[in-house]
Design a protein around this ligand. Structure first.
Ligand code: ADP
Ligand code: ZN
Length: 736
């Protein structure tokens, strides 16, 4: 029997502390248990993570109380948190806290208890009938209960006052008892059972491979590359059905933006007959709903979990499969400590639990594709759309003005014409308006030229204050040319993309069309989003205009025209993944077109019509794009061939911030990191945000597993000045 428990306290330290387990508590102190402990002069909460055989100190304080009746965190999640703390250089507490949601950790986190009213008899006894004649309010209350069935007292007192109900209870005609009220996010969205589609040949082949991995002793990751509309979801659903039949559970991750009611209903409808319980975890849940969903998962009541990033930590027992849909999505990366990537955590969790992980995408990340090509993952491809639906025809529209001095083209005449045809034919269009990706890039409005770093092939960043163009990967810098180096256009500085102007132009062009706009500004509540999508699905809207919010995963068979207003914006982001992002985006948006019987068309407006990302997307050629891009990444030592670590210092005082990160850089040099190159410090591409100056250090390494443990002590429990914030991001996706 263990005598000592190692406990991680809920304070922001990278340490666990040992406590003595009193005899009286020995049965309750399990791995993952939530306990009350003395800590300095206070008493705080902590979580048991280990049972060491040797104490770390001579005299240990005792655990005071166990606050969780059963093991609170499944041991596997403790292991996952420990790995995450190591790999992402985060304090163990921070890692544990992200595994365990706040809604569950809170001191007052419980199920909601409310008073429930139920009749105790089916018919009124004689004497009660007589008595109720004298109390009409009680009679009314009784009749209501007879007609409408049992209910919550709080709702019933709106029908008759509380005295009437109390009166009925005193006569022993009804019971009023405290009960758990489930805060059910699906309360108002009933679904009816759906039947599986009969799989086509490609789906059968994909399922065969996934089944092999489900049954394998040491399962591998399966990369499911399936073009848009190829029926990936159907493959997930069937794989999950297999896992459920084995008595196991399933975890499905989707990007937050794709976690629409449509998606969730799909899963609920398929499994509602099997009574296995589907839980959701996402950011729109109330704290109470989140608590209840988590507890249902923990208790085994829900055996399928669908959720966004943090759902990778769902406390499912007896896991049988993990699905990561749209695995290439950047929203899987958490932008605060621990800076984890949910796809990579999912792969790790699959490894620890020995379950297969299915990564699905129409445009797999180059990291995953590389693993598949190296044989580390199994690659499965769905290259045809289901039911012989054809891929759309993509037209590239060059919007450079024909002559110098001509006004910029907002919406090309061909696109206007195409939308008009759809309106006439009662088909639908989606116009994709990407916001300016990045505030400090320069593209010549005349010829489309963007100045690139001669060493790194990323767009140079325009630092307005210093009037310099600079590369934040290698620190190359130059002055800003007065005129465009390619075409000589004088007012070279980019004058804004005019997204609002585009919107107005569309409204002006189609005065009689029903147009709806969708972006994060006007779609605050989840209801607004669902409502607009619902109207669009019913055909009440002709033209849907929006940001990336509408690019992902939606399925509307009547959409036959998709327009992209400016494909170049994302190319100007000073990031080595810019080409990949543009390619993915174009493939995703074009995936919205022609999912029904009529072949779709896609119109892409650009000033760089021959850019490889645009050309490969036009031919729906993922493999061609991936091969070329991987060659390029290899030659420049970019991920997936080498790994990046990005260190950022932020502070109000510019000199001090630079000084601190310079010191940090010196200490790093002294660590003698194997096969690692450190560049910087240099100003971040966005050099200042909210009055804070930002400087970066870049590490490139071939030996990430050897490097992060060495870096970790520099960031943990170290006294850097309070007013400078240091962050470390391993495998960063946002380099700004
Ligand atoms: P993806 O996720 O690959 O873009 P979906 O899974 O959304 O594609 O499938 C597109 C549509 O095709 C959905 O409406 C789906 O119900 C339907 N579908 C999937 N598999 C089949 C099949 N084997 N036969 C007929 N329809 C199918
Ligand atoms: Zn460079």
């Amino acid at each position: 029997m263990a005598r000592i428990a190692r406990v991680v306290p809920e304070v922001s330290l990278d340490r666990a502390f040992d406590y003595d387990i009193p005899d009286a508590l020995s049965a309750e102190v399990t791995l993952g248990a939530k306990v009350r402990i003395p800590f300095g002069s206070r008493e705080i909460i902590g979580y048991v993570v280990e049972f060491p055989s040797d104490p770390s100190a001579r005299k240990l304080k005792p655990i005071l109380e166990v606050l969780s009746k059963t093991a609170f965190l499944p041991p596997i999640l403790i292991e996952l948190a420990q790995w995450m703390a190591q790999y992402y250089c985060a304090p163990l507490t921070t890692a544990l806290m992200s595994v365990l949601p706040k809604a569950v950790r809170r001191a007052d986190a419980t199920f909601k208890q409310r008073l429930w009213v139920e009749p105790l008899t089916a018919t009124l006894p004689e004497e009660a009938i007589a008595a109720l004649k004298k109390t009409p309010a009680q009679r009314k209350a009784w009749d209501h209960l007879q007609q409408n069935g049992p209910g919550w007292l709080a709702d019933l007192t709106e029908i008759c006052g509380p005295a009437a109900w109390r009166g009925l209870a005193e006569r022993n005609l009804i019971s009023i008892e405290s009960r758990t009220q489930d805060r059910d996010p699906f309360l108002h969205t009933p679904v009816s059972e759906s039947v599986p589609h009969e799989s086509n040949t490609e789906q059968i082949a994909a399922l065969k491979i996934i089944s092999e991995e489900i049954a394998a002793e040491k399962p591998r990751v399966v990369l499911l590359h399936g073009v848009t509309g190829s029926g990936k979801t159907e493959v997930y659903l069937k794989a999950i059905a297999q896992v459920l039949a084995l008595g196991k559970s399933a975890l499905v991750l989707v990007p937050e933006i794709a976690l629409t009611p449509q998606t969730v209903e799909h899963f609920r409808a398929r499994f509602i007959g099997q009574k296995v319980g589907v839980a959701v975890l996402h950011s729109h849940l109330s704290s109470g709903e989140r608590h209840d969903q988590w507890q249902h998962i923990r208790s085994g009541r829900a055996r399928i979990v669908i959720g966004a990033r943090s759902a990778v930590f769902a406390p499912l027992d007896n896991l049988g499969i993990i699905v990561v849909d749209e695995e290439h999505e950047h929203s899987y990366k958490q932008e605060e400590s621990p800076h984890y990537h949910a796809r990579d955590v999912a792969v790790m969790r699959g490894h620890l639990e020995r379950v297969t992980v299915v990564l699905g995408s129409a445009t797999p990340s180059l990291e995953s594709y590389h693993h598949a090509k190296e044989g580390k993952y199994r690659l499965v491809e769905l290259l045809q759309r289901v039911e012989e639906v054809q891929m759309p025809v993509t037209h590239i529209l060059d919007i450079r003005p024909a002559k110098k001095g001509d006004p910029p083209i907002l919406v090309a005449p061909r696109l206007i014409e195409a939308i008009q045809t759809r309106i006439d034919r009662h088909e639908q269009s989606i116009i994709f308006l990407n916001r300016r990706g990045y505030a400090s890039s320069l593209q010549c409005p005349q010829c489309g030229y963007v100045e690139m770093c001669p060493n790194c092939s990323v767009a140079l960043t325009f630092h307005r204050r210093a009037e310099r163009l600079r590369c934040h990967l290698c620190d190359f810098a130059s002055g800003v040319p007065h005129a465009c180096p390619q075409c000589g256009f004088a007012p070279y500085k980019y004058a804004g993309s005019g997204t609002e102007k585009v919107e107005h132009a569309l409204v002006d062009a189609f005065p009689n069309a029903r147009i709806a706009r969708m972006d994060s500004d006007n779609m605050r509540g989840k209801d607004a989003y669902a409502k607009t999508l619902g109207e669009f699905a019913e055909g009440k809207i002709d033209l849907l205009v929006g940001t990336q919010m509408i690019a992902k995963g939606l399925h509307f068979p009547r959409v036959t025209c998709v327009g992209v207003i400016n494909a170049d914006l994302a190319l100007q982001i000073p990031d080595f993944r810019a080409s990949e992002r543009v390619f993915q985006l174009l493939m995703q948006v074009s995936g919205r077109s022609g999912r029904g019987q009529v072949r779709g068309e896609v119109f892409v407006q650009t000033r760089v019509p021959f850019h490889p990302s645009i050309q490969f997307a036009r031919h729906h050629d993922y493999t061609g794009f991936a091969e070329q891009e991987l060659d390029f990444r290899r030659s420049l030592h970019y991920p997936p061939y080498e790994r990046f670590v990005l260190v950022t210092a932020k502070g109000r005082n510019e000199e001090k911030t630079l000084y601190v990160i310079t010191q940090l850089a010196k200490e790093m040099e002294r660590l003698d990191l194997p096969e690692t190159e450190i560049t910087g410090p240099a100003p971040a591409p966005i050099a200042r945000i909210e009055e804070r100056y930002r400087f970066q250090l870049f590490l490139r390494t071939r030996r990430i597993m050897a490097v992060t443990p060495k870096l970790r002590p520099l960031f943990m429990d170290r006294a850097w000045p309070d007013d400078i914030r240091l962050t470390i991001d391993v495998d960063p996706v946002n380099l700004l």
